[in-house]
Write a protein that binds this ligand. Structure first.
Ligand SMILES: [Zn+2]
Length: 238
């Protein structure tokens, strides 16, 4: 195969691969995969939020624990400092300190109780979200498998074309491949055109007689279209 023929076959293969990819994307199973994936993503972000809430509650509970330990120590301290037989005033102060500490402890217990209830709620929400995430992951896998199965024929064709493509690419010069890849990006796949009479097949702008004869006279059968700048194959093969 001449480089020009290989290049044209390469373009055919790439256009077929694009069509196959599009066909695979348009299978109804593909939309279900996307829906399952979107649902998973939503639950994952919900779960992140819930875990954040749970951690906040745990931090607040740890703070309350610490405060309770501190207040309890303080009570022991105040009680230890109280000397028996001190005067009435000192006894009154002692009682005031103890009752103020008791009130603070009561408040800590009350807050702890409330936070434990909140923790339970958040933990339940977390369990539910994790369960849902697992079910959605299974659903996504099932839909992906169904999609793969539906796309099996497409996959086989794509594999065959891909290995043919590799064989062709190996025979083309890196310079020509560079030009091809660049033009392919620029023209959405249709990088190469051929001459039909004096008209390039993609842009369809008739060549001026002067450029037409320049091209015919040149040694190379691969040139650049003077109008659209695609790679122009001037076939000399019968
Ligand atoms: Zn052109």
């Amino acid at each position: 195969m001449s480089e020009a023929t290989s290049l044209l076959r390469l373009q055919e293969i790439d256009l077929s691969l694009m069509r196959l990819r599009k066909a695979a994307d348009q299978l109804p199973q593909r939309a279900k995969v996307a829906a399952a994936r979107a649902a998973s993503k939503k639950v994952a972000s919900e779960l992140t939020k819930i875990v954040g809430q749970r951690k906040d509650v745990e931090i607040d509970l740890a703070d309350l624990d610490e405060r309770k330990a501190m207040l309890t120590d303080k009570v022991s301290e105040v009680q230890a400092d109280a000397s028996p037989g001190s005067d009435h005033r000192a006894a009154q102060d002692l009682e005031l300190s103890l009752s103020s500490l008791a009130k603070k402890l009561e408040k800590v217990d009350f807050d702890t109780e409330r936070l434990l209830e909140k923790l339970e709620t958040v933990e339940r929400a977390e369990r539910n979200a994790r369960g849902l995430a697992e079910r959605l992951a299974a659903e996504e896998k099932a839909q992906t498998d169904a999609w793969r199965e539906a796309a099996a024929d497409i996959t086989i064709q794509a594999k065959e074309l891909t290995s043919e493509r590799e064989r062709i690419v190996a025979t083309l010069s890196p310079e020509l491949m560079g030009r091809y890849d660049e033009a392919r990006k620029r023209f959405g796949g249709l990088a190469v055109e051929t001459l039909e009479g004096n008209r390039p097949s993609a842009c369809r702008v008739a060549l001026q007689p002067s450029s037409f004869s320049d091209i015919r006279r040149s040694d190379s059968d691969i040139t650049t279209c003077p109008y659209c700048r695609r790679i122009l194959v001037v076939s000399r093969e019968a």
